[in-house]
Design a protein around this ligand. Structure first.
Ligand code: G3P
Length: 217
């Protein structure tokens, strides 16, 4: 399972890279807007922090402008992955970029049929948004199960990139289902380390070691 960081926070990305928990980065216009970062400045900076794919999303919705934006984004760094919305124009752009060997991440996927279209368009990654389906009372991980089945049935090479992850349970279920990638807010990655029995067990080890009066150094 590859871990992508779903953020433009440079410090958080560096921290995850130091932990060996960074296989790539995803961003989107809302993350950029919330961060206040300059998009065309922060993306090249992020691309230097990982050898993995860095998803940068087009801002337009028509094919011609998407192609222009995509080619500009692809020129920012070798590991740029152009993020495209799952629309007719987005998939037409995906097909053209794939023909140019430019990585693509088709986003805002909410149905298995949409994921099937993205694979047929040659997407490098498909981003089904599990949290947003949960938010409306559906079960986002059911979509992941369907996509895994469909992609396996036909041998599609598009990688399933589980997105809109809200908590560690989403990651666990994605891993059980065999998704290729999960893109995670840094705080969720940090939650993965935590377990109360680990904390208690370590405190006990420290206390018992101290009782021996010994030192390793
Ligand atoms: O990568 C997509 C992700 O950022 C969307 O997450 O929480 O806005 O549904 P969210």
């Amino acid at each position: 399972m590859k871990f992508f960081a779903d953020t433009v926070d440079i410090d958080a990305i560096k921290d995850l890279a130091d932990l060996g928990m960074l296989d790539g980065v995803t961003t989107n216009p809302s993350i950029i807007a919330k961060s206040g970062a300059n998009f065309l400045e922060v993306i090249p900076e992020i691309c230097k922090l990982t050898d993995g794919p860095v998803s940068a999303e087009v801002a337009s919705t028509d094919f011609d402008t998407m192609m222009k934006e995509a080619e500009k984004l692809a020129g920012l760094a070798d590991n740029i992955c152009v993020k495209l919305p799952l629309t007719e124009a987005g998939l037409k752009t995906c097909k053209h970029l794939t023909a140019q060997d430019i990585m693509t991440n088709v986003t805002l996927c909410f149905s298995a049929n949409q994921a099937l279209l993205a694979a047929k368009a040659g997407a490098t990654f498909i981003s089904p948004f599990v949290g947003r389906l949960d938010d409306i009372g559906l079960t986002g991980m059911d979509l992941i199960e369907d996509i895994v089945t469909i992609y396996d049935n036909y041998g599609f090479e598009t990688e399933i990139l589980v997105a809109s992850i809200r908590h560690p349970q989403h990651l666990l279920e994605a891993a059980r289902l065999g998704a290729d990638v999960s893109t995670l807010p840094p705080k969720v990655i940090k939650q993965l380390f935590k377990h109360p029995l680990t904390d208690k067990g370590l405190a006990d080890f420290v206390k018992d070691w101290e009782s021996t009066g010994q030192s390793i150094l």
